[in-house]
Design a protein around this ligand. Structure first.
Ligand code: PHE
Length: 339
């Protein structure tokens, strides 16, 4: 009996199996009810009494060794995965889903790109502002309707703390702290107390431009804007300036571009005029320069301000402004390859 046990122990230490079936066959051969080890256990009662203690111990060792070996082999299969039918190692990996830039970011970056090519640098200002930087410094008279609750969001009933209604507020901050020449653009979010519809929202985005130096003229403004329009909407784009009014520029103008959908022939989009409005601009009013500590006898400058939503509508024909803030992936996914 002892010889047989030692022989089996030796065999077990050298056991090998290459797949699950072989392993199962080994388990049955050794450990099942009619397996070799069970047979030895059955023979145990024939062992002489004085040997029972020693042989019993050996038998238990044998059983444990067999069980351990089988467990060890089993584990080696599941780790290598080689015989695991469910894992296909030749399958290509799941593609990583990349996000997309928001259309307003795409257009904002394009505007920044275009102006940086002609020497404009960037600055930003706070969205929560005071009356002076949004209105006062920019020559708005005290009774101007833009200061009204109807148009401006105030913070906690305090008429001096408000959400900026335009990025022109960054003009007043930059002019008060920097010496000319100043050639900068100011992108940012602005807020107005408007009823939300397909064409208006209570927040939107603007990019402001400001150029202050000696001898800056209206012709410089026209050149810069024409360059911008052609870069943004294509080389055949025409521009048209219409006289307008802003408290902080004199003279002031609004700029139209030839409708980029019909090429100026007239369509529904441009209401059959051939032109679409894209921005406001003008020569910085001398009062504004003085308010900000710049000598208006030495320096002149121009400023312009455009709505990023407006430009995006024209570039991508998004007819409803609300799409920009609804975060609908079916809308956003369409801009996957845009930049
Ligand atoms: N701030 C003006 C607006 O929000 C746009 C503008 C900017 C006009 C600079 C002239 C010069 O409508």
């Amino acid at each position: 009996m002892k010889n047989r046990i030692n022989q089996l122990l030796e065999e077990i230490s050298q056991l090998a199996a290459t797949n699950q079936e072989e392993l199962e066959a080994l388990r049955i051969k050794l450990l099942s009810k009619k397996g070799e080890i069970s047979i030895l256990f059955n023979d145990f009662r024939n062992v002489a009494n004085e040997e029972k203690r020693e042989v019993g111990q050996l038998l238990n060792e044998l059983k444990n060794a067999a069980q351990d070996k089988i467990n060890e082999l089993k584990e080696s299969f599941s780790n290598s995965g080689a015989s695991d039918q469910k894992t296909d190692l030749t399958r290509s990996a799941d593609p990583i889903k990349l996000g997309t830039r928001h259309p307003l970011s795409i257009v904002k970056h394009e505007i920044i790109d275009i102006f940086s090519r002609i020497g404009f640098t960037i600055a930003e200002g706070p969205e929560i502002e005071d009356d002076w930087h949004v209105f006062g410094a920019l020559n708005f008279p005290p009774e101007h309707p833009a200061r009204d609750m109807q148009d401006t969001f105030f913070i906690e009933q305090n008429p001096d703390v408000l959400l900026r209604t335009h990025t022109s507020s960054v003009q007043s901050r930059v002019m008060a702290t920097q010496k000319p020449p100043i050639r900068m653009i100011f992108p940012g979010r602005v807020y107005r107390n408007e009823a939300i519809s397909y064409r208006a929202h209570c927040f939107f985005h603007q990019v402001e431009g400001l150029y202050i130096d000696k001898d800056v003229s209206f012709a410089d403004l026209k050149q810069a804007l024409m360059y911008f329009a052609k870069e943004m909407f294509g080389p055949d784009t025409q521009i048209r300036l219409r006289p307008s009014y802003f408290p902080f520029t004199e003279p002031s103008a609004e700029m139209d571009i030839s409708c980029n959908l019909c090429g100026g022939k007239g369509c529904q989009f441009c209401k059959h005029t051939g032109w679409v409005e894209i921005l406001g601009c003008g020569m910085v009013d001398p009062n504004v320069l003085e308010n900000c500590g710049i000598d208006s006898k030495i320096y002149t400058g121009y400023a312009f301000g455009m709505g990023v939503e407006r430009i995006t509508n024209l570039k991508y024909q998004v007819k409803d402004l609300r799409m920009f803030s609804e975060n609908d992936v079916r809308f956003l996914q369409q801009f996957e390859s845009a930049y």
